[in-house]
Design a protein around this ligand. Structure first.
Ligand code: GDP
Length: 298
């Protein structure tokens, strides 16, 4: 993950080593290299422009109050600006004052939603919660079964429609799931919704309908980081069609470049709350912009 970006940036900082002060030409050359590195990592162009502008201005300002050496100064600025584009401070999950907390998962088919439901369920259990997964993805024939398998692996209860009993109506299933959770004292409900291979109106309408029916505390948009800048476009479509509170990046392990991760918070104005980095149920954690920035600059 981020391999090339890390290599390119460390080369930039290496070039500055030994310099006692930075000229404007040094700053121009450095920001040019950083710009290329970000573009090569497939970062959104508008995000790159803003990033470079901020680094350039701060680097010029930093010349005056030079306490660190130039390489350290630029490294610190780049680190802070990376944290900024990754969303700033970590955004923890908001729990409802009165349980159950309802979390709705939305995203394209194949984005990793069902897997995520299991990971999130396991994570919630680890945090001392009592989660319930609700199978409101009734589009794909196998989706309910897949959630049941994932739930079993995660040791988390799954609420699924009885075969032949209102199976076609995801809104009814989501509502019934909530009632079940309240009656059995589950304190967090994770609702898995249907995805399509591409963005379409029917998908958006259904997700928006489920949203209206269950009034979630958090709508999490799940997106496959491997699709690069398409992740940003998909996010925009979901922001308009369904609306969401935070992003979950999945398949970060398969994304060598990092463009989606480095663009999506800034472009959507929504924080990245969780990241998945593998198919295993434990390949998942809350997302910390500062830790990710350190990894990139490692
Ligand atoms: P859904 O259609 O959105 O519910 O997506 P699935 O949960 O079925 O995931 C689609 C595929 O991606 C499955 O083969 C998963 O095993 C795989 N997958 C999910 N999350 C990750 C991840 O973080 N890393 C990797 N490498 N694969 C993942």
């Amino acid at each position: 993950m981020f391999d090339t970006l890390t290599d390119r940036l460390s080369a930039v900082f290496r070039n500055l080593r030994g310099k006692t002060r930075l000229t404007d030409a040094d700053i121009e050359a450095t920001t040019r290299e950083i710009r290329l590195a970000l573009l090569e990592a497939d970062v959104n162009l508008a995000v790159v422009k803003e990033f470079i502008q901020a680094v350039r201005e701060r680097a010029k300002g930093a010349q005056i109050h030079a306490a660190l050496n130039p390489a350290q100064q630029i490294l610190q600025i780049v680190n802070e600006e990376l944290i900024e584009i990754l969303g700033g401070a970590a955004r923890p999950l908001r729990y409802a004052k009165k349980p159950p907390t309802v979390i709705l998962l939305a995203g394209l088919q194949g984005s990793g939603k069902t897997t995520l439901a299991g990971k999130l369920g396991k994570w919630l259990k680890g945090q001392g919660h009592s989660p319930l997964l609700v199978a409101a993805d009734l589009q794909r024939p196998n989706a309910v079964n897949q959630l049941q398998v994932v739930g079993e692996r995660a040791g988390v209860q799954v609420f699924a429609p009885e075969p032949g009993n209102g199976i076609g109506d995801p809104v009814a299933v989501a509502k019934a799931g909530l009632e079940f959770a309240a009656s059995k004292l589950y304190d967090v409900v994770v609702v898995d919704t249907a995805g399509r291979l591409g963005i379409d109106e029917e998908l958006m309408r259904q997700a928006a309908e489920i949203r209206a029916a269950v009034n979630p505390d958090e709508v999490l948009f799940v997106v496959d980081a491997m699709i690069g800048q398409d992740a940003v476009n998909t996010a925009k479509a979901f922001a308009e069609g369904v609306g969401f509170d935070a992003v979950v990046l999945s398949k970060l392990d398969g994304d060598a470049r990092g463009g989606a991760a480095l663009s999506i918070a800034k472009v959507t104005g929504k924080p990245i709350m969780f990241a998945s980095n593998g198919e295993g149920l434990d390949d998942f954690d809350a997302f910390y912009p500062d830790r990710m920035a350190s990894r990139i600059l490692d």
